[in-house]
Design a protein around this ligand. Structure first.
Ligand SMILES: [Ca+2]
Ligand SMILES: [Ca+2]
Ligand SMILES: [Ca+2]
Ligand SMILES: [Ca+2]
Length: 466
C-alpha cells in the first residue's frame, strides 16, 4: 500500500523577507490581508476595479485534512459538500493543513475579518483524507478525487505527494489507482492542481523529481518561490512536471481555532501566526498550489465555457518567466526545472481571456491504449487534437474499421491496409500546442480496431505510429 503525505514542510524556516506591501486595484478590507504578501506577487486582484465582480460560484475541492467548518472565514454557504474518508467530521481539522490551504483559496473576502481568499467565487468541496499521523492512503485519495469530480468540482487542489524516483522502482510510489482517479477527474472536466512536493520527504535535497500526483498527465505541478523570488531548496525540481511557481514561504492563512487556542494571548485566533511552529512561518509547495487552484477557479468564474485544458494552458503560458533578472540566479531563461513556466500571474491570466484562446481538446483524456483511448467512430474521418510535451505527452485513439462500410465504397482487397496518418508539426520548444490530423482510411479493411498514438517531441519526434 502506498502512502502519501501532506506537502508542508515539517521544519520551521527562518523568515527571509518582510511582507511586501499590498498593491492592487481592488483592496480588500480584511485587516490581516497586508500580511498576505503573496496576493500582490500573484497580482490576485489587479485585474479588477474598485469592486469585485459578482460571479456565479465555482466548486473547488480541497483534498486534505478537512477544514474548521466553524471558522468565521468559512460560512456554511461557502461549503458545497464535505466528506471524510478517515472518520470524524470533514468539518473539523486536527492537522491545520487543510484549513490553511482552504484559507488561501476561499477565506471570506471583504468581510472586515482576517484574511482575503484569492478565489472569491469559490465554493468548497471538502474531502478529508489525512490520517492523524499526516499520512494518506492512496485509495482514500483516489476515492476523494472521484467523489470531488462527481460533486462537480471544476478545480481540485492536491497539496499532497508521494515520492517519484524514475531510477529506483522500489522507492517510486506511482499508483495506478491514483492515476486512474486523476484520469477520471480530467474526463469530468476538472483542473487538477498539485504541489510538486518538498525534499524533506525525499532521499536528498534538493530532489530532482516532482511527486505524484503532480507527475501525472494533465495535472498542474506547482513549485514554491521565496518572498524575494528565489526557488527554495526544499521545492522539488522537475524538468517535465514542474509547471508553474508561486510563493511558498512565509505564507499567512487561516488555522483551526482549536490549534490557535493553545496560545490564548495571541490576538489573531484562527490565523497562522497564533498556531504551531510549522504554521507561523508556513513553507512548502503545499501552500503554493492553492494559489494556482484559486486562479483556475477565478478563470472558470469569469468564463464558465472554458474547458479544463484551456485553463491549464492559460495559467501556465501567462506565467512570468523566473530567471536571474527577477530573483532566481539558478533559473535559466524560459521554462526550467526549478520554476516551470515561471511565476503565477493572475492578472495576466485573466487578460489572456480577451485574446485568442488556446483550442480546447474535446478528446482528452486519451493517454493510454485500451479503454483510456479516445474512441473515434461514426463518420469521423479526421480529428483535431493537441499534445503538449509536459502536460499531455501522448494521445491515443481507438479507430474502429469495419469491412465494407463507408459511403458507397467497395470492399477492400486483402492486401489493402488502413492508413492512419498524421500531419501538422509540433513546436520543438513547446511554446505552442499544435494541431494534428489523423485521417481514417477512405476504404475500410476487415473488422479491426486500431490504436494510433501521437507522441510529443522528445519521445518519438512527433510521429504517428500504429
Ligand atoms: Ca476575511
Ligand atoms: Ca525560467
Ligand atoms: Ca503537468
Ligand atoms: Ca493525451
Amino acid at each position: 500500500m502506498r502512502t502519501t503525505t501532506l506537502a508542508a514542510l515539517a521544519l520551521v524556516l527562518a523568515p527571509s523577507a518582510l511582507a511586501l506591501p499590498l498593491r492592487a486595484s481592488f483592496v480588500p478590507n480584511d485587516p490581516l490581508a497586508p500580511r498576505q504578501y503573496y496576493l500582490a506577487q500573484d497580482h490576485a486582484f489587479d485585474a479588477f476595479g474598485a469592486e469585485l465582480p459578482v460571479l456565479d460560484p465555482v466548486r473547488v475541492a480541497i483534498i486534505d485534512s478537512g477544514i474548521d467548518g466553524g471558522h468565521p472565514e468559512f460560512p456554511r454557504s461557502r461549503v458545497w459538500a464535505a466528506r471524510s474518508w478517515v472518520g470524524g467530521s470533514p468539518l473539523t481539522d486536527e492537522e491545520g493543513h487543510g484549513t490553511f490551504v482552504a484559507g488561501v483559496i476561499a477565506a471570506a473576502i471583504n468581510n472586515n475579518e482576517g484574511i482575503a481568499g484569492m478565489a472569491f467565487p469559490a465554493q468548497l468541496v471538502v474531502a478529508k483524507i489525512a490520517r492523524s499521523d499526516q499520512s494518506i492512503d492512496v485509495r482514500d485519495e483516489a476515492g476523494a478525487i472521484r467523489w470531488a469530480a462527481d460533486m462537480g468540482a471544476r478545480v481540485i487542489n492536491l497539496s499532497i505527494g508521494g515520492l517519484r524516483d524514475p531510477f529506483n522502482p522500489r522507492r517510486d510510489t506511482f499508483s495506478r489507482i491514483e492515476a486512474n482517479a486523476i484520469e477520471y477527474a480530467v474526463r469530468r472536466g476538472a483542473v487538477l492542481v498539485a504541489a510538486v512536493g518538498n525534499s524533506d520527504e525525499a532521499p536528498q535535497t534538493p530532489w530532482p523529481y516532482a511527486s505524484y500526483p503532480a507527475a501525472l498527465p494533465h495535472v498542474i505541478g506547482v513549485s514554491a518561490l521565496t518572498p524575494t523570488g528565489k526557488v527554495p531548496t526544499f521545492s522539488n525540481r522537475d524538468r517535465i512536471y514542474n509547471d508553474i511557481a508561486a510563493p511558498g514561504q512565509e505564507i499567512y492563512s487561516t488555522l483551526p481555532r482549536s490549534l490557535t487556542s493553545f496560545r490564548p494571548l495571541c490576538p489573531n485566533q484562527g490565523y497562522s501566526d497564533c498556531g504551531p511552529d510549522e504554521f507561523r512561518h508556513a513553507a512548502g509547495t503545499s501552500f503554493a498550489a492553492p494559489q494556482v487552484a484559486a486562479a483556475a477557479a477565478v478563470l472558470f468564474a469569469l468564463k464558465p465555457t472554458l474547458q479544463a485544458d484551456q485553463v491549464v494552458n492559460i495559467l501556465e503560458r501567462s506565467a512570468t518567466d523566473v530567471n536571474a533578472s527577477n530573483g532566481c540566479k539558478q533559473c535559466p531563461l524560459q521554462r526550467d526545472a526549478f520554476s516551470g513556466w515561471g511565476r503565477l500571474d493572475v492578472a495576466k491570466a485573466i487578460a489572456a481571456l480577451d485574446g485568442v484562446l488556446p483550442p480546447p481538446d474535446r478528446l482528452e483524456p486519451n493517454d493510454d491504449a485500451g479503454a483510456s483511448a479516445a474512441r473515434l467512430s461514426g463518420k469521423v474521418t479526421s480529428v483535431k487534437a493537441t499534445v503538449d510535451f509536459w502536460d499531455d505527452q501522448i494521445d491515443v485513439y481507438r479507430i474502429y474499421l469495419r469491412k465494407g462500410s463507408g459511403s458507397g465504397s467497395r470492399s477492400m482487397g486483402r492486401r489493402e491496409r488502413p492508413r492512419i496518418c498524421c500531419s501538422g508539426s509540433l513546436a520543438r520548444n513547446g511554446w505552442a500546442t499544435s494541431a494534428h490530423r489523423i485521417s481514417a482510411p477512405r476504404r475500410r479493411s476487415a473488422r479491426a480496431c486500431r490504436t494510433s498514438s501521437v507522441t510529443a517531441p522528445g519521445r518519438a519526434g512527433g510521429t504517428t505510429s500504429r
